[in-house]
Ligand binder design. Structure first.
Ligand code: PXG
Length: 465
């Protein structure tokens, strides 16, 4: 067997990676030429790469390492569970203590009336569960035609064919036959990019009312559910105007449309509450969870389901489930992660320490000539880059070029701040300290300055007409 270890030279690791590893959402040939960055270890908010760089991870991995890296308690929880019961399934009338405890704990933490959990291995799987569950719910209630689901353009709900169809990423839909039938997408509440001369409040209301128009077009008797992230994450950290969610709630209530709140990013403290639904004032029927549930240490996802739906689904055999639904090791790690979040008062830390410090840092960056605004909720934020602040103009050059240049400058300055198009995205571990946020600020400013210089020198600061 080839021994691959961190002691191999970076170039050798990169060559082996390029030869055999197909990366997600990547043009692998291009990456192969450049060579992937090899991450060797991590501690707290810092990654270490094979060249010895210490990189501040302002993305918490992929929005998931809420408790930060290197927490021994999580390692121990996995080790203990691996020794005791590394695997057993939850099909065929069996259960085990980690899954019992985790389901009970989630029911305790979730908003009132959401007391039942269906486990999955990821957010994508959980959203596939949700799609089948809401359709089954209505079918069992004698309304099988109430099967359509409404989502939003530029939403991200996963990459399986079901969850990718629920998502609204057009570049994903362009490949592999998505979206599947019965899924519809309305506009997103992205005031910064699409609000034009409207006030955010007017625009938020108008975008919410697209839901009502779509429900009426399809017929309320045909619409099973609306799915949305409380705050869009992968779409660019889009914080909806204050008018948006109350109007969505009103519409869903009025037409008997279930709400699926996709909490995969917003959950577990990211927005300053246990769930983004609480922060945004949403009353969901189902919440999708993953990522921060285990701080990303092990793969686990799930659906937290309200009593009303559980009552119907539990009365029949729901022919759905995954080998790793409620995996004991993942459940044990998730449970320990929830204990850490509570015992260390991480949500208080977010609200009283980390988020205020992050917001200050971002407010300072708002004055940078390239930064068109600050979108922020708790510990998730984006900085849209623009050649013209006053008009929130897009660049004349291809979308994403400025964002890509800035991301590369961040990397060069030992900072992970990734880009979505021309927005820079920030979602650090929740345990980040004000000192570390100070380091984030210094590096981000440097990267923005260098990006600005590159764009200026290259005559790339022209606004789109
Ligand atoms: N819902 C939301 C809101 C997500 O952000 C998923 C579902 C799917 O979860 P899984 O565990 O199946 O990946 C996600 C995942 C990015 C990026 O580049 C974001 C995600 C995944 C990969 C990349 O921002 N979010």
């Amino acid at each position: 067997m080839t021994i691959v270890s961190n002691h191999l030279p970076t170039a050798e690791l990169q060559a082996l990676d390029a030869a055999h590893h197909m990366h997600p959402f990547t043009t692998n040939d291009e990456l192969g030429e450049r060579g992937a960055r090899v991450i060797t270890s991590a501690k707290g908010v810092y990654l270490r790469d094979s060249e010895g760089n210490q990189i501040l991870d302002a993305m918490a991995g992929l929005w998931c390492v809420n408790m930060g890296y290197g927490r021994d308690e999580l390692v121990q929880a996995a080790t203990r569970q691996m020794a005791e019961l590394p695997y057993y399934n939850t099909f065929f009338n069996t259960t085990h203590t980690p899954v019992i405890a985790l389901a009970a704990e989630l029911a305790k933490l979730a908003p009132e009336g959401l007391n039942h959990v269906f486990f999955a291995g990821s957010g994508s799987e959980a959203n596939d569960t949700n799609l089948r569950m809401v359709r089954t719910y209505w079918a069992e209630k004698g309304q099988p035609e109430k099967s359509h689901v409404i989502s939003r353009k530029n939403a991200y709900h996963g990459s399986s064919i079901g969850s990718g169809s629920l998502g609204g990423m057009s570049y994903m839909h362009a490949q592999g036959g998505m979206p599947i039938p019965g899924i519809h997408h309305i506009g997103q509440p992205d005031w910064w990019a699409e609000g034009g001369d409207h006030t955010p409040e007017e625009f938020g209301l108008a975008r919410a009312q697209e839901l009502e128009a779509k429900i009426l077009e399809l017929g309320p008797e045909k619409v099973a559910a609306f799915i949305a992230e409380p705050v869009q994450g992968a779409g660019g950290v889009i914080v909806p105007p204050s008018t948006y969610w109350p109007e969505i709630q009103r519409i869903c209530d009025a037409y008997g449309v279930l709400i699926i709140a996709d909490e995969v990013i917003c959950g577990f403290g990211r927005t300053g509450n246990w769930f983004g639904s609480t922060t945004m004032g949403i009353k969901p029927h189902i919440m999708t969870i993953a990522k921060g549930l285990s701080s990303g240490y092990v793969p686990i996802g799930g659906s937290i389901v309200c009593d009303e739906i559980a009552e119907v689904i539990n009365a029949v055999e729901f022919n759905h489930g995954y080998t790793y639904s409620g995996h004991p090791v993942c459940a044990a790690v998730a449970l320990e992660n929830l204990r850490l979040l509570q015992d260390e008062n991480i949500i208080d830390h977010v609200n009283n320490v980390a988020a205020p410090a992050l917001h200050n840092a971002l407010e300072d960056l708002r004055d940078h000539p390239l930064v068109g605004g600050v979108n922020v909720k708790g510990m998730m934020a984006s900085l849209p880059l623009t050649p013209h602040k006053e008009s929130r103009a897009k660049f004349a050059m291809d979308a994403g070029t400025a964002g890509f240049i800035c991301r590369e400058r961040c990397f060069a300055n030992n900072l992970v701040m990734r880009h979505v198009g021309d927005r820079m995205i920030i979602s650090p571990p929740l345990v980040i300290t004000p000192e570390e946020i100070g380091i984030f600020h210094t590096r981000a400013k440097l990267a923005l300055d260098e990006t600005y210089k590159t764009l200026k020198d290259g005559d790339m600061l022209k606004p789109a007409s």
